[in-house]
Write a protein that binds this ligand. Structure first.
Ligand code: SAH
Length: 259
């Protein structure tokens, strides 16, 4: 970054400044020589520089032109893109080549990034990401707990996720207001022929997490659907369903022409 440039809040810029934590993150990623590593938001290159010492096929996408320009002048042997990650088509870019995604990602777009990775999981082997600690806890939560929600259900179908460790806000500049955590997502590469419908049902059900399914579903996209013939207990609340219940509910809604 050029001198005088302030970190931009709108791009969620909180740069890692602690070498110990960077080393711990690199150990979890464990980038190998032949692997394709793809970093979201390299910033000033705190993680990137270490990855470049280990892998020969390193890509990074940075939305901020001044940071992109700084990296272009300072890092050798990297494929750099000056784009919005959310607008990038990974499947087209990498085709049958599997990539490993890493990043200290901007927290305001955590959900869109995760959904994008799920949709493009055919080319993504795994993702090691820094997210808000609260979000990491929601991602790994199981049914019947207050943290359980859309991301917990959907990720548990498409991936195995582990919570690696908590990261203090003190290792960033500027210091964010919340703590972070590192998570490791390993995609299962399973197919689901009702993927879009499944995601839509989970989102609709959790739109009103305190309400019974019959109320939350009829409030949203299924408002014209006749629920009488549905073979599923719609008096339940979303936090009491596990991922298989959600799949069963999705199939019942399809069978009853609710789409
Ligand atoms: N990895 C660096 C920077 C993390 S801050 C470090 O750990 O120090 C998040 C970074 O993501 C910033 O550099 C920001 O400019 C970038 N960013 C924000 N939104 C983005 C988007 N949609 N696509 C790509 N990069 C983005």
């Amino acid at each position: 970054m050029q001198k005088g440039n302030k970190p931009l809040k709108k791009f969620g810029q909180n740069f890692l400044i602690d070498p110990n934590i960077i080393e711990k993150i690199i150990r979890e990623i464990n980038p190998l020589e032949k692997e394709t590593i793809f970093e979201i938001g390299p910033g000033k290159g705190a993680i990137t520089t270490e990855i470049l010492k280990r892998s020969s096929d390193v890509w990074a996408v940075e939305i901020d032109f001044s940071l992109f320009n700084f990296l272009r002048n300072n890092l050798k042997g990297i494929k750099l893109l000056n784009l919005d990650f959310l607008k990038l088509n990974l499947t087209e870019l990498f085709k049958s080549n599997k990539i490993r995604v890493v990043g200290n990602i901007p927290y305001n777009i955590t959900s869109p990034i995760l959904f994008k990775l799920i949709r493009e999981r055919e080319v993504v082997r795994d993702a090691v990401l820094m997210v808000q600690d609260e979000v990491a806890k929601r991602i790994i939560a199981g049914p019947n707990s207050k943290d359980y929600g859309v991301l917990s259900v959907i990720l548990s179908y498409f991936a195995n996720v582990s919570y690696c460790f908590k990261i203090s806000k003190n290792v960033f500049y500027p210091k964010p207001s919340v703590n972070s955590a590192l998570i490791h997502i390993i995609f299962k590469q399973n197919k689901l022929d009702v993927e879009e419908e499944f995601i839509a049902v989970v989102k609709a059900a959790f739109n009103y997490r305190r309400k019974m399914l019959k109320n939350s579903l009829s409030n949203g996209i299924f408002k014209n659907c006749d629920f009488k013939k549905i073979n599923f207990d719609l008096n339940k609340r979303p936090e009491n369903l596990d991922v298989n219940d959600f799949l069963k509910l999705t199939k019942e809604l399809i069978r009853n022409n609710c789409w």
